[in-house]
Design a protein around this ligand. Structure first.
Ligand SMILES: NC(=O)c1ccc[n+]([C@@H]2O[C@H](COP(=O)([O-])OP(=O)(O)OC[C@H]3O[C@@H](n4cnc5c(N)ncnc54)[C@H](O)[C@@H]3O)[C@@H](O)[C@H]2O)c1
Ligand SMILES: N[C@@H](CCO)C(=O)O
Ligand code: NA
Length: 437
């Protein structure tokens, strides 16, 4: 029989890390206590907040008496541990210790999950406790639960989307304000989107970790960060953005996880993060600023789209609190949430197996026969041309920019074509090679 919050003993909640997200989670635990208790079936008693230093000035909503620098002891006296420190260690050790002590865990830590997810799942399963992580992928957007639970009866074919707010903000500023990459990153830092060290975002590691988590859930297969083919946005220039616009596209950093079959008929999954040209009329092209959006294509459900805030303290806290209520409900009513589902165990295929349309931009000599020689190299690799655009460059030395859009081709053939084209004496430079959605 279900117990009301009045009859079930309170459950002890420990929060590890009191930064952007931790502070907002504490705020809602304090200000929404009655409502959360009514929903969860038990009061959520905040028993401690682990911090690095007791001397830092903090939001007054955080009761100083609850602060501790002894995270290890804190996790041992909690029923639910909410890990919001980020990074691999000591988060990993603390999560494992919490689980060993019988606590359920809620975490927003995509880096930890993408590196050590299976070990954490195994420990949680062995202990019979929950491991929930909605906030780890696309912040406030419900995407982990839909893929893990709502689509558990369907076959997911592809998950693709914009899962990093910082890079979307940067690319959006470059597109709409004409900023260069460095200027746009500086602006994103000033607004609090990008961190002081923006590497994880701009090099695509953050998006790749999220792609690995989504691919694992969608395809019932273990996919780690190291399995993801990753290209960040640091090589993109204002010129790339301008050319995207001229050809009717918007540049976006896309994460794509899909089922694929090799030429030899081997089934597997492809998981990639890469700057991609999105047609201007595609819904993903309209995802502006730091917003995120994820498309899921499933056999029976067809296309689904999820959109919202992928970052920020309050939006991310929403996802954390939703998980917290779920795991507390399980404590109150008995049972637990889903365990890891990795039975399909599909191989992660090499990125060369991917198939896409591509746009190749070249700087070439402007003289007779150049286009024919370039086209011959594409034909030699069986890469079919969809469109060619040429713009002559001003100056004494006759040069032209050639923008070639291909039909769908295997990435392996495209790479071979680019190598061959760049070796031609009439080709001065391969300026960029970008996939087209
Ligand atoms: N900020 C977002 O928008 C967002 C969105 C989704 C997920 N996340 C994830 O949430 C987690 C927290 O992110 P954040 O933005 O709040 O980071 P943050 O840097 O603002 O906060 C982390 C806090 O943890 C503390 N901390 C680190 N190591 C500690 C330790 N050993 N003991 C005690 N405290 C320690 C830090 O001092 C800091 O105050 C990360 O895993 C992040 O990837 C963040
Ligand atoms: N740094 C991430 C937020 C945390 O996942 C982003 O910019 O989307
Ligand atoms: Na989410």
């Amino acid at each position: 029989m279900a117990l009301s919050p009045g009859t079930h003993p309170p459950l002890r909640v420990a929060v590890l890390g009191c930064g952007v997200v931790g502070t907002e989670v504490v705020r809602r635990l304090v200000t929404e206590g009655d409502e959360l208790a009514a929903r969860a079936g038990a009061r959520l008693e905040l028993v401690g907040v682990a911090v690095r230093s007791l001397d830092v000035e903090r939001d007054p909503v955080v009761d100083r008496a609850l602060l501790t620098t002894d995270a290890e002891s804190l996790v041992e006296k909690a029923d639910v541990v909410v890990e919001l420190m980020g990074g691999i260690e000591p988060a990993r050790t603390l999560v494992l210790r919490a689980v060993e002590h019988g606590a359920s865990v809620v975490t927003a830590n995509k880096a930890l999950l993408a590196q050590d997810g299976p070990a954490l799942y195994d420990a949680a399963d062995a202990a019979g406790v929950d491991l929930y992580f909605e906030a780890a992928v696309a912040g406030a957007i419900p995407i982990v639960r839909p893929v893990r639970e709502s689509l558990a009866g369907d076959t997911v074919l592809r998950v693709l989307g914009i899962v990093n707010g910082t890079t979307n903000y940067v690319l959006d500023s470059m597109t709409t304000e004409g900023l260069g990459l460095e200027e746009a990153v500086t602006e994103a830092q000033a607004l609090g989107y990008a961190e002081a060290d923006p590497t994880a975002d701009v090099e695509g590691y953050d998006a790749a970790a999220k792609a690995a988590i989504l691919a694992s859930l969608a395809f019932h297969t273990r996919v780690a960060l190291a399995d993801v083919d990753r290209v960040g946005i640091t090589a993109l220039t204002a010129d790339d953005v301008t050319w995207a616009g001229r050809t009717g596209h918007v540049l976006k950093l896309l994460a794509v996880a899909e089922r694929a079959r090799t030429a030899e008929g081997r089934d597997g999954v492809l998981v990639r993060v890469q700057p991609t040209l999105v047609p201007s009329d595609h819904p993903l092209a309209g995802v502006r600023q730091a917003f995120n959006a994820v498309f899921v294509e499933a056999e029976a459900a067809g296309e689904l789209m999820f959109y919202g805030r992928g970052a920020g303290g309050a939006p991310t806290a929403s996802a954390v609190l939703g998980d917290l209520v779920s795991v507390v409900r399980h404590r109150v009513l008995g049972g637990k949430g889903p365990v890891e589902s990795s039975h399909a165990d599909l191989p992660v295929l090499d990125g060369g197996e991917a198939r896409s349309r591509y746009q190749v931009r070249l700087e070439v000599d402007d003289r007779p026969g150049v286009l024919a020689r370039v086209a011959a190299e594409l034909a030699a690799q069986d890469v079919s041309i969809e469109a060619v655009r040429q713009v002559l460059q001003a100056g004494d030395d006759p040069a032209a920019t050639l923008v070639i859009t291909t039909h769908t081709a295997p990435e392996r053939a495209l790479r071979a074509t680019v190598d061959a084209v760049s070796a031609l004496d009439v080709v001065r430079r391969v300026v960029s090679v970008l996939p087209v959605l």
